[in-house]
Design a binder for this molecule. Structure first.
Ligand code: DON
Length: 611
């Protein structure tokens, strides 16, 4: 039997409206665990998952959220005794479970899931973008692989400025916005090193989804609708807008071009993408629309294996993504600052918001100024992740007073725009192998360019560079020279695929998120909720979230997520409080007694599938 929990699209859409009625809350968050027989034979006994009574899994405590918070405490995540896969797409999570049923390990399953997401969650799942994976194998081996896009060879520092030196929107929309895609090379390298199955096998679920199609749910239909103007502007022939109209919920999305592309990659490996007819289609698309990615760019692309950032938090171990992502370093720095406090303020209190926000603020100041692609710039990793440095930063936090970012880092100005979309998936198997992957096209639907003939979306990752150092990007991030554009360089990311190990070195959490800079704060708050506040995974994911990225100099919170008296006190401390309807899209797995719990983002759509 397969345990399947879908945060259904209908429910997700209702969540997105942010209504507060009781019936609606229940619809938003009901665990809806159903037993579904997928008909796939096989399955293995669990060996890595400890027996009930495991002392390494402390009892969870019931969380208390503010009155009126729309996601109720006490809702259980989906349980499965052996394996679990969680992503923003139920179809893609099911692909992972299918591969594990057939004897594959978590890496085989994650790669299957990654390709399936490119079909079933095309706003962010991709082969035309890039991402990062952190792996922890049951035998203790750990690794991180960086398949971030790189700037094309013809890219220049000022390519997004107009003749008056003003920033244009060409780093966000259209053919010039794309970095050289890394996803196909990265997933293949991951599979070759840690998987057990051939690429041609693990890609089968994705190929089937593309060829036979699947029914569009309300989440995907809404996403297509919101992007349809952009999609039609750059490519009227995509299957997402047949006859110029966005595909509606209930329609079947069939992607024959994408199926052909995936079949070619499955048969020939990544060379089909980087030098064969798919490369021709991509460069043809570039020529048609004034883009600059060439066959030389594609031929030169290579993923990079890196040592994960390893840090500890109150006796737990963290493995996360090093640069070219800022995720691991910034998380480590913020958590190290918080660890300096011997006791943790209670969740949701004024002091909790103040300390957590102030720690993020300081970590982001360093992130925005000091991090970049280590192949191009010096990155002070050892300093930024050290506990003594964190102690110095902690000393700058006043107990009851916010520090303006300009007093800590006076050089930058800011503006903010809303984050769009990326996607994270977590997979664990019965042996205890764990995979955390975050992948993106940057914006939802990337640059808006769909590659004619090859059937996939291209990223707009170039906007993650400081297109004009000192000026905000799409996420309001104000970044410096370290992240200026250079040919062949990776743009700095916030993606934070993270694996948390318990004090006896077993996988406890596999977690990560979408949401631009809020990826770092959202991912780390789930970790804090589990470690500091002993929340269950269901509560840790439903708890109201908070965000600070130094600039804009504000503490961002979720509507209804802060008690009125706490809000007043935080304003009294001098925090500029900024309300958003919802923050971050996290997908996580946690080890529990007798197995795993999987929780897709309760604020959005997704699926947890296990057995
Ligand atoms: O790599 C990054 O940090 C961004 N490209 C991520 C973008 C993102 O998460 C968009 N949103 N949900």
């Amino acid at each position: 039997m397969t345990t399947t929990s879908f945060t259904t699209a209908a429910r997700a859409s209702a969540c997105a409206l942010g209504a507060l009625s009781l019936a609606f809350s229940a619809a938003c968050t009901a665990p809806s665990s159903q037993a579904v027989d997928t008909g796939v034979p096989g399955g293995r006994p669990s060996s890595a998952v400890r027996a009930p009574g495991d002392p390494a899994i402390p009892e969870r405590q019931t969380a208390r959220f503010p009155d009126g918070w729309r996601l109720p405490a006490g809702t259980r995540a989906t349980f499965a005794p052996e394996v679990m896969a969680v992503s923003n797409s139920p179809e893609a999570s099911a692909a992972a479970a299918e591969i594990m049923r057939a004897g594959g390990n978590a890496v085989d399953a994650a790669v299957a899931l990654g390709f399936a997401l490119a079909v079933s969650w095309p706003e962010a799942g991709n082969i035309g973008g890039g991402g990062y994976t952190v792996v922890r194998m049951a035998d203790g081996r750990t690794a991180a692989i960086d398949y971030r896009e790189v700037a094309p060879l013809a890219a220049t520092r000022n390519m997004y400025l107009d003749e008056n030196g003003k920033l244009t929107d060409k780093s966000i929309y259209g053919h010039l916005a794309s970095g050289v895609p890394g996803a196909v090379a990265g997933l293949n390298a991951l599979l070759e090193r840690y998987g057990t199955m051939p690429l041609s096998r693990v890609m089968q679920p994705a190929i089937k989804l593309a060829r036979d199609g699947f029914v569009v749910d309300t989440a995907l239909a809404g996403s297509i609708e919101r992007a349809s103007k952009m999609l039609l502007r750059f490519q009227a022939q995509s299957p997402f807008t047949p006859g110029g109209k966005p595909l509606a919920a209930g329609a079947r999305l069939v992607q024959p071009d994408l199926a052909r592309t995936l079949e070619a990659i499955a048969a020939q490996g990544p060379s089909a993408f980087y030098s064969g007819w798919i490369a021709d289609s991509l460069t043809g698309e570039m020529q048609r629309g004034g883009g600059i990615i060439t066959k030389a760019d594609l031929a030169k692309y290579a993923p990079v294996w890196r040592a994960p950032i390893r840090t500890t938090y109150r006796g737990y171990g963290l493995l996360s993504m090093p640069p070219s992502s800022s995720g691991g370093v910034t998380t480590a720095e913020a958590l190290n600052i918080l660890e300096q406090y011997p006791t943790v303020p209670s969740y949701g209190s004024t002091q909790w918001f103040h300390l957590v926000g102030s720690a993020y603020q300081r970590a982001f100041i360093d992130r925005n100024a000091k991090l970049g692609d280590p192949a191009f710039v010096q990155v002070p990793l050892a300093q930024l992740t050290s506990k003594t440095y964190a102690a110095r930063l902690k000393a700058t936090i006043a107990d009851t007073r916010a520090t303006p970012t300009r007093d800590l880092e006076p050089r930058m100005e800011a503006a903010a725009r809303e984050p769009m979309n990326t996607t994270h998936y977590s997979v664990v198997d019965a042996r205890g192998n764990a995979v955390a992957t975050t992948t993106t096209l940057n914006n939802s639907w990337g640059s808006g360019v769909w590659v004619r003939g090859a059937g996939f979306m291209l990223n707009d990752e170039m906007d993650d560079f400081a297109a004009q150092p000192g000026k905000p990007n799409m996420f309001g991030l104000v970044q410096g020279e370290q992240n200026a554009i250079q040919p062949g360089k990776r743009m700095l990311s916030a993606m934070s695929p993270t694996i948390v190990l318990d004090p006896v070195d077993q996988v406890l959490l596999v977690v990560g998120a979408a949401g631009g800079p809020t990826i770092i704060t959202g991912t780390s708050q789930v970790i804090l909720n589990v470690i500091d506040h002993r929340m269950s995974l269901g509560d840790a994911m439903r708890a109201p979230r908070v965000h600070h990225q130094a600039l804009p100099d504000s503490l961002t919170f979720e509507a209804g997520g802060v008690r009125p008296a706490v809000l007043d006190s935080l304003r009294g401390y001098g925090h500029a409080m900024r309300e958003l309807r919802s923050l971050v899209n996290v997908n996580a797995i946690m080890r529990v007694k007798g197995g795993w719990e999987g929780q897709p983002e309760p604020r959005r759509s997704g699926g947890a599938v296990g057995y």
